[in-house]
Design a protein around this ligand. Structure first.
Ligand code: NAD
Length: 340
């Protein structure tokens, strides 16, 4: 069967939504995930239930519970299905947990990603997209962050592994002609979101009258980006594989493009919002005032993130970001339905 896409991290937040979108559009999708217990497995299984029961047209959905560290198992799936496109979203996510369990990041994000690159090389995959993160901008204070900025100062091991993925992908693009697109996601939120991230943590606390911990005394801002926007951008990027940048100047290299077919893009809402304003949006939607507990900055955290989207817009023409008020409304509706 031709036109097969492998999506890793398929039981995860972004992977689930991407698989759904691909299936809706008649693509044959192979999902891979190790369904680890970094957060509630029940949520991952419920996402998978939806994919397993998806009303297919003439297309195909198969799921494999595989750890990216298991190279042989990965190779078997790649060999059997011969995908032309691979989207690697599986990773150990989360900045704060990387201070507690650094090995998990090395195994999944470095060893695991190296196995993905090898599987792509051996099976002559044409197009690899892989999740990077806005956290690669690390200690930079010039906002909005542009892909042409230097990203040599990560402030967490998580960020360092994501930056390593960008470098590893570039080397495979150079050596083996693998077309690679790095997706620097900025704080994604929405239905089926991650329980370890602020929107879910805050909502849960507000609804149960528990205090919400606000770090850096609230002096933070984020490019909160609605999941449907992330999926639309990723979908467009799947359909426009990276090509060499013919204007690339090795005397003055732009870190986000190359003479090889490797590109890196920010995928983030153009409008960054102050954390306290975001909490206000949640409170308005829930019609409950939160009880705030102000704390110092957490090690590994970044104070502000803001996405410069001009390069992405030029490449795929995406400008239609979901307004935060609307996104928060959809998110809260899902949260109340799901957690009753
Ligand atoms: N959600 C965000 O705001 C955000 C921001 C920046 C970057 N990212 C990146 O985007 C990707 C997807 O994020 P998400 O929010 O969907 O996270 P997620 O944790 O919900 O999804 C990741 C999935 O990968 C799986 N996984 C982890 N390690 C694995 C391994 N070794 N082998 C197989 N499967 C494994 C997990 O079980 C999980 O289901 C990740 O790479 C993450 O680092 C996400």
């Amino acid at each position: 069967m031709s036109n097969i896409i492998i999506v890793t991290g398929a039981a995860g937040f972004i992977g689930f939504h991407l698989c759904k979108k691909l299936l809706e559009n008649g693509t044959n999708v192979i999902g891979i995930d190790n369904i680890n217990d970094y957060y509630d497995i029940n949520l991952k299984e419920k996402r998978l239930d939806i994919l397993n029961k998806f009303p297919l047209k003439n297309n195909m959905w198969e799921f494999f519970k595989i750890d990216l560290e298991n190279k042989n198992a990965l190779l078997k799936v790649f060999e059997k299905y011969n995908p032309k496109t691979v989207v690697n979203l599986a990773a150990q996510a989360g900045v704060r947990y990387s201070l507690k369990n650094p090995s998990a990041y090395i195994y999944s994000n470095i060893v695991g990603f190296s196995n993905i690159l090898e599987a792509c090389k051996i099976n002559e995959v044409k197009n690899l997209l892989y999740a990077s993160s806005s956290s690669v901008y690390g200690g930079n204070t010039k906002v909005p962050f542009s892909e042409s900025d230097s990203v040599n100062h990560p402030v967490s091991l998580y960020a360092a592994t994501k930056l390593s993925n960008e470098l590893m992908a570039h080397s495979y693009s150079h050596l083996f002609g693998l077309s690679c697109t790095g997706l620097r996601f900025f704080t994604v939120y929405g239905p089926w979101g991650r329980p370890d991230m602020a929107p879910m943590i805050f909502t849960k606390a507000i609804l149960s009258n528990q205090p919400i911990k606000i770090f850096n005394n609230g002096d933070m801002s984020r490019s909160f980006t609605y999941i449907d926007d992330i999926i639309e951008m990723t979908y467009k990027l799947i359909n426009k594989p990276a090509t060499p940048d013919y204007k690339f100047n090795r005397n003055n290299p732009n870190p986000s493009t190359s003479w090889n077919n490797h590109r890196i893009f920010n995928l983030g809402n153009e409008n960054s919002i102050k954390l306290l304003d975001f909490i206000q949006l949640l409170e308005d939607e829930l019609q409950i005032e939160s009880f705030k507990q102000f704390e110092n900055m957490q090690p590994g955290d970044v104070q502000n993130t803001a996405s410069n989207c001009s390069s992405l817009n030029e490449w795929i023409g995406f400008t239609d970001y979901t307004p935060l008020k609307k996104g928060v409304k959809y998110f809260i509706k899902w949260y109340k339905d799901f957690y009753k």
